[in-house]
Design a binder for this molecule. Structure first.
Ligand SMILES: Cc1cc2nc3c(=O)[nH]c(=O)nc-3n(C[C@H](O)[C@H](O)[C@H](O)COP(=O)(O)O)c2cc1C
Length: 212
């Protein structure tokens, strides 16, 4: 299987019926969008799995964000997609940079964050700018399931996960295995400001064992 450019050699496709597990543990994510020649990305802590199959997720996107504006512009054109990437401990500064700089005020945000915090991304194949952000441990391509009233009232976007990949060093057999991998590959969980926790140690209930 050919991986999209920008994903590392150790990325593997995640079966869609296991995609919800990428979000089960509540990681902070990076949401990427593209419209009419502009690519952007922002941090989002309020992302959540919503359904098993087809897999769905929700994410809260404030009205003030450029990322949301790009997604909504795509909705108006009838093809609203966005990417969701799961950054890891090694990328904490990148997450803070994407979450504290807005392309509304800084039109060259992506170039600035590339220069200052090491942002690297490649377009999803077949698009000219929907970003797959390098160095993350999982990536999803999502199609907006339009809910105009919910989006307007709650800033909440529902989407179907159409494609998913994960770094096999930490996600294999349909689940995460952070405890046996490099701690720098652990996902981030936002507390406040630039303060995060890395995902912690496993707790396995004896009743369930290690059942997949
Ligand atoms: C760790 C972190 C988590 C965040 N989570 C969210 C979120 O869930 N929803 C949201 O609308 N903004 C969230 N933000 C704020 C946006 O990332 C921020 O407003 C960003 O500058 C928007 O960028 P843009 O205007 O270029 O799209 C978060 C910021 C940080 C640092």
């Amino acid at each position: 299987m050919t991986l999209p450019p920008g994903l590392p050699a150790h990325a593997r496709e995640v079966p869609l019926d296991r995609a919800y597990r990428l979000l089960n543990h509540g990681p902070t994510v990076l949401v990427g969008a593209h419209h009419a020649g502009q690519t952007n990305a922002m941090a989002a802590a309020w992302a959540c799995a919503l359904d098993f199959m087809p897999p769905k997720l929700t994410v809260v996107l404030d009205k003030a964000t450029r990322t949301r504006a790009l997604i909504e512009a795509g909705e108006a054109d009838g093809h609203a997609r966005f990417t969701v990437a799961l950054p890891c401990v090694a990328q904490a500064s990148l997450v803070t940079a994407l979450g504290t700089t807005s392309a509304v005020e800084v039109p060259d945000k992506m170039a600035r964050v590339q220069r200052d915090a090491g942002l690297r991304w490649r377009p999803v194949p077949g698009t000219d700018g929907l970003p797959l952000i390098e160095g993350c441990v999982a990536w999803m391509v999502c199609r907006v399931l339009p809910q105009p009233a919910v989006q307007q009232a709650h800033d909440l976007f529902l989407a179907e996960i159409e494609q998913a990949w994960a770094d096999e060093r930490v996600f294999h057999g349909g689940r995460w295995h952070f405890e046996t991998a490099d701690p720098a590959l652990r996902t981030l969980h936002h507390v406040a400001g630039g303060h995060y926790y890395a995902i912690g140690e496993p707790v396995v209930s004896p009743e369930q064992g290690t059942r997949a």
